[in-house]
Design a protein around this ligand. Structure first.
Ligand SMILES: Cc1cc2nc3c(=O)[nH]c(=O)nc-3n(C[C@H](O)[C@H](O)[C@H](O)COP(=O)(O)OP(=O)(O)OC[C@H]3O[C@@H](n4cnc5c(N)ncnc54)[C@H](O)[C@@H]3O)c2cc1C
Ligand SMILES: Cc1cc2nc3c(=O)[nH]c(=O)nc-3n(C[C@H](O)[C@H](O)[C@H](O)COP(=O)(O)O)c2cc1C
Length: 569
């Protein structure tokens, strides 16, 4: 295709590209050629051998953080260019009763929580699992997005793939499970779909996509250099600002998160060893590591909150009648004891690996350098039988002291990125939702960005819970922060939250949006992010003189264009 001279130039300049640079460059070149930019494009050519017998397919997606949606949108664009009509469907809006009308139905879906479907796709997931639909007319294929550091890797995709088969549908391409670097595999998948629906796989079986390059995750070793409780001593909450230093340069951008696999408390591990009678030195092999029983329980296995399926397996091994519940292993052993060492070993074998926890990074590479990183951690609390307990990882992190060392990785957050420096941003981040916005503000301050910055922050009490108060006031003084609205819910008889502050500023918020501002929401998913979204829709409806449906579409278009992003948990 290229002349030898041009090919040699291309080879020369791309020779020392990193994988990310290669993907970016190929996306850039594809963009020049008119294809959708964002990820590397496959070498799908208009092949005269392809006999297009299928006129239309449905490509549905279920997403939490936008990866599946972005991918589905890009893949739909590719397949449309090949002359096949694509109905792009969001599973949160999709009516499951329409499944019986579908012929070719493909799904891209992620797994969330501990092996759960994305929140907005749960209705669809439950519907197909709870109803005996007859889907014998349906031909399907599933692309599952996931992350192999979680024990239930790509479980939602697996479940849907299995369920469709049970319901009589025909799997025309095998389930594809993709890890964090999913782009190339996704291209192979869409190419495979194209081959199957155009019945060309027999004529042209050779894949033209590049093979998957699995980069894994880069792990960093960090030392805690500072830890402070941001709440006042009078507060009911504890939120820790933790500064971590590394010897090695860390590559991250504002909006990314830090991932950590917490260790279990030593005292709990010791008690488990005593109750099971297991030899702590005994070497045991799991699917991921081989280590002593003690080390596995301490560093690698989830013992703090077993999945329902693990509890059911525990019941089978021990012969106890146990209701369908989730419990910690220690509580389980106390209530339903094991009978012998053999059972204990079997129980270790059924434990799933410890899931990582994510924390939005609250520092900025531009302002704090590349060997320092900050996180903002709320110590989570829950109660069992009147006994107060702490969440595992936030408890573990809040006990950190200066000099403690630990391993972490960077979780890139593709959808939660700062816009160009001259664009305005509106940040809505109560509680620990402030974390990425602290990063945004420091970054924009250090870079001298001209865009205006508006922050909505809230918590319980002004006096005790105004996280990063003095920094925020400094940002106001220096006009890095052009607008600030705060809502402290327990300072007034009637609770005031960030959405009420948004409502009060409706006209100005809408003016900012119309002028091109980007909108970000971070913090608790439920109810905060839902209430904020409803308020935003009301604002667009009232200020923009639109009906509710048009207002929803307005917000959805902002999201699609990358101007409305949520990082909620
Ligand atoms: C993208 C992203 C960004 C995030 N950013 C931040 C951030 O900036 N700051 C922050 O503080 N958090 C953040 N989080 C949340 C964070 O990742 C953790 O989910 C949070 O710290 C709780 O984890 P944990 O290990 O402390 O609690 P877990 O031990 O995981 O417990 C969580 C809950 O499970 C239940 N539970 C656990 N064990 C038991 C048991 N034995 N019996 C009964 N119930 C039990 C309780 O309800 C408990 O509250 C973020 C999450 C995501 C996905
Ligand atoms: C809190 C959290 C929990 C997750 N749990 C799982 C999981 O149990 N299994 C899995 O394979 N992936 C898990 N993932 C990884 C996501 O599936 C992965 O990041 C995916 O690319 C997200 O796609 P989406 O943006 O379309 O939702 C989890 C991610 C987060 C942030």
């Amino acid at each position: 295709m290229l002349s030898e001279t041009k090919f040699n130039i291309l080879k020369q300049i791309s020779g020392d590209f990193s994988r990310d640079e290669t993907i970016w460059a190929s996306g850039y070149l594809a963009g020049l050629a008119g294809a959708p930019v964002g990820i590397a494009q496959p070498a799908l050519q208009n092949n005269p051998d392809h006999e297009i017998t299928v006129k239309k397919i449905t490509l549905a997606y279920g997403t939490e953080t936008g990866n599946s949606k972005k991918l589905a949108t890009e893949l739909a664009g590719i397949i449309k260019k090949k002359g096949i009509q694509v109905k792009l469907a969001d599973l949160s809006q999709y009516k499951p009763k329409d499944l019986i009308k579908e012929e070719f139905f493909f799904v891209i879906i992620s797994t969330q929580g501990e092996g759960e479907p994305p929140m907005l796709a749960k209705k669809f997931y439950d519907h197909i699992h709870e109803n005996e639909l007859i889907l014998t007319q349906l031909k399907f294929g599933i692309l599952a997005l996931g992350d192999s550091s979680y024990p239930q890797f790509c479980k939602t995709g697996e479940d849907i793939d299995f369920r469709f088969e049970i319901l009589g549908a025909e799997r025309i391409i095998p389930l594809k499970k993709c890890d964090i670097d999913y782009e190339q595999e996704a291209y192979q998948w869409i190419e495979h779909i194209f081959e199957v629906v155009t019945k060309t796989s027999a004529k042209n079986p050779k894949s033209v996509s590049a093979p998957k390059i699995s980069t894994g995750r880069k792990k960093y070793w960090g030392t805690v250099s500072n830890i402070i409780n941001l709440n006042d001593i009078t507060s009911e909450k504890e939120t820790y600002h933790i500064e971590i230093e590394t010897d090695e340069a860390i590559t991250y951008q504002p909006g990314d998160a830090l991932g950590i696999v917490p260790f279990n408390p030593k005292t709990v591990v010791d008690e488990i060893i005593a109750l099971t009678g297991i030899d702590p030195e005994k070497q045991i092999k799991t699917s991921k590591v081989t280590a002593s029983a003690e080390e596995l329980l301490y560093k690698h296995l989830n013992i703090s909150y077993l999945l329902k399926t693990t509890v059911a397996q525990y019941a089978m091994i021990t012969g106890h009648q146990i209701p369908e519940i989730r419990l910690g292993l220690l509580d389980l052993l106390r209530i339903y004891p094991v009978k012998n060492a053999e059972q204990s070993e079997e129980i270790i074998a059924i434990l799933t690996s410890q899931a990582p926890r994510l924390y939005s990074i609250s520092s900025s590479p531009e302002a704090h350098g590349d060997t320092e990183i900050h996180i903002t951690v709320a110590k989570s609390e829950y109660q069992i039988d009147d006994q107060k307990r702490n969440g595992l990882c936030s408890g573990f992190l809040s006990e950190f002291q200066e000099g403690n060392e630990f391993e972490f990785y960077i979780q890139e957050t593709k959808h939660f990125k700062l816009p160009q420096s001259d664009k305005d941003i509106i940040m809505i981040g109560p509680g620990t939702g402030i974390a990425p916005f602290r990063s945004f503000l420091w970054e924009r301050d250090a870079a001298g960005a001209e865009g205006r910055n508006w922050l909505f922050f809230g918590d319980r009490n002004f006096i005790s819970d105004f996280l990063y108060q003095s920094e925020i006031q400094d940002f106001l003084k220096t006009e890095t922060l052009t607008h600030l609205d705060i809502a402290f819910s327990r300072d007034t008889s009637q609770k005031v939250y960030v959405q009420h502050k948004l409502e009060q500023k409706a006209q100005e918020v809408f003016q900012w949006l119309e002028a091109g501002a980007s909108l970000y929401v971070c913090g608790t998913k439920d109810p905060m992010s839902k209430d904020v979204e409803e308020t935003l829709i009301n604002i667009i409806q009232n200020q923009g003189k639109r009906n509710q449906e048009e207002a929803r579409i307005y917000l959805e278009e902002l999201e699609l264009s990358g101007r409305y992003a949520k990082d909620v948990y």
